[in-house]
Design a protein around this ligand. Structure first.
Ligand SMILES: Nc1ncnc2c1ncn2[C@@H]1O[C@H](COP(=O)(O)OP(=O)(O)OP(=O)(O)O)[C@@H](O)[C@H]1O
Length: 452
């Protein structure tokens, strides 16, 4: 049976073009032009995945995301936003979207994103059916020769024989999930399930039933018993991404699973026993959340005994060539292409760029270059790095800007936008304050103040 995709887009011409393209690639496409229509079509057709334009005549995609996720927690939701609306995109991801793409939409890229999202959904469903996860081609999380990545490998290998929880820290896209999968796949639990859940943007109710399950009648809408992920992962591994976002009311329940190996389904009167290993990841400073009383200190100490730090890509630039080559190989294979190479100037540019989105961004940049380049020899010009904010026009003022010049302009601009406050500018740039100070010194930028 073909996979059904719900397409919510009010621009008719675009909707028809996307529909034709996806239909020709074997999808069964159902359509809606407004939020209202989308609700009806979603309820009637139970799509496998949905692609939603952000702005709709009677609301935004954010109105639909929670409703869709409530009726089908696994449905992949892909949001289309206008070029440059990074803030909206971030909001959408927080609200539960799985992916976002900027318009104009590259149809081949959209297709790849939909296929991947559906594949990920299938994996989750297989897990729920109780079958051990079929590990896809094993990806090496320790590619490269930098001291940082070698140290990470050494530390991670020591954790394979034990059952203690592990806290994986690192910036978004740095490879935390990949590392968690690797730990599971190489541990004693590898024949059992690996169940992962991203806790970001999940409401307390949804998170609780996802993790612990519920009994029929536990709340309005609980029409049948539901098995939670901890039960599904019995004897295996549970990976909780963005653990810092777990609602404070759920945190004691997580602690109970770790300490007593027991939990209770919502609406149940008895505890259930379970044997799972917990791996958790965060891009936030959990100790700061503890200080702000947003994260319980007892849970923090329980999970942070063995922290692993995945380094950001910009701190291991010597690993970029080998990673880029590997990602080029996998992208071309997935896209059914071959014979692509990266030229020296492309490698240099990649090693000088700051990669705020880390390996995920590197992968996207390479994939886009493969899709869009007219030549198989990819040069610096084929690599389009993501602009990081609306309103910055530094790159349009001069024809030939080096990445270093662009970085300098962007830092100056961000500092100006932050009223000269270094702490705030560092937050906006998503880099540590100390790194920003170094850059200000390096680029001889003046006017930054240390005040909060
Ligand atoms: N060593 C690697 N080799 C190939 N691909 C990698 C490697 N590390 C990460 N990736 C790819 O980069 C992307 C991001 O990785 P991953 O999801 O593990 O990051 P993350 O730190 O968990 O991100 P987030 O914080 O957003 O959850 C994935 O598509 C992953 O396959």
């Amino acid at each position: 049976m073909p996979d059904r995709v719900l397409l919510v887009e009010d621009q008719e011409a675009l909707r028809l073009a996307v529909r034709e393209y996806l239909t020709a690639r074997g999808f069964d496409v159902v359509e809606a032009a407004t939020c209202d229509q989308a609700r009806r079509v979603f309820a009637d057709t139970h799509p496998t995945a949905a692609v939603l334009d952000y702005h709709l005549p009677d609301g935004t995609a954010l109105d639909l995301l929670p409703e869709f996720k409530r009726s089908d927690p696994f449905v992949p939701l892909i949001i289309l936003t206008a070029f440059g609306s990074i803030d909206l995109a971030v909001g959408a991801i927080k609200a539960g979207a799985d992916q976002f793409l900027t318009k104009p939409v590259e149809l081949a890229a959209l297709t790849v994103v939909i296929q991947r999202a559906i594949e990920a959904r299938r994996d989750r469903q297989k897990q729920l059916a109780g079958r051990p996860r079929q590990e896809r081609e094993a990806v090496d999380p320790f590619l490269g020769s930098s001291a940082q990545i070698r140290k990470l490998e050494e530390q991670a290998r020591r954790l394979l024989e034990v059952d203690t929880p592990v806290l994986i820290q690192g910036e978004t896209g740095a490879g935390k999930t990949l590392l968690a999968r690797w730990i599971h796949a190489n541990s004693r639990r590898s024949d059992e399930a690996f169940v992962d859940l991203n806790c970001a943007g999940l409401s307390r109710e949804l998170l609780e039933t996802e993790l612990f399950g519920h009994e029929k009648g536990a709340f309005t809408g609980a029409i049948a018993n539901k098995t939670g992920l901890f039960e599904v992962a019995h004897r295996g591994t549970v990976f909780l991404d963005e653990i810092g976002d777990v609602d404070p009311q759920i945190q004691p329940k997580l602690l109970k699973v770790l300490e007593d190996k027991q939990f209770r389904r919502l609406g149940d009167v008895r505890d259930r026993k379970v044997d799972v290993r917990l791996l958790a990841a965060t891009h936030q400073e959990l100790s700061a959340l503890v200080r702000e009383r947003k994260f319980r200190s007892d849970l923090y100490f329980r999970i942070s005994t063995i922290p692993l730090n995945v380094p950001p890509l910009r701190e291991r630039t010597e690993d970029i060539p080998v990673l880029a080559e590997k990602l080029l190989q996998t992208s071309t294979a997935e896209l059914g292409k071959s014979g692509f190479t990266l030229k020296g100037d492309a490698m240099d540019a990649m090693q000088r760029y700051a990669w705020p989105g880390n390996i995920r961004e590197l992968k996207n940049v390479i994939e886009r270059a493969v899709l869009l380049s007219g030549s198989r020899e990819l040069s610096r010009r084929d690599l389009m790095f993501e602009p990081q904010a609306e309103g910055f026009e530094g790159w349009t003022t001069e024809g030939s800007l080096t990445l270093e010049q662009l970085e300098r302009k962007y830092i100056e601009w961000t500092l100006q936008q932050s009223g000269g406050k270094v702490v705030e500018a560092a937050k906006r740039l998503d880099i540590p304050k100390s790194t920003l100070y170094q850059k200000l010194k390096q680029f001889k930028i003046e006017g930054g103040s240390a005040e909060e």
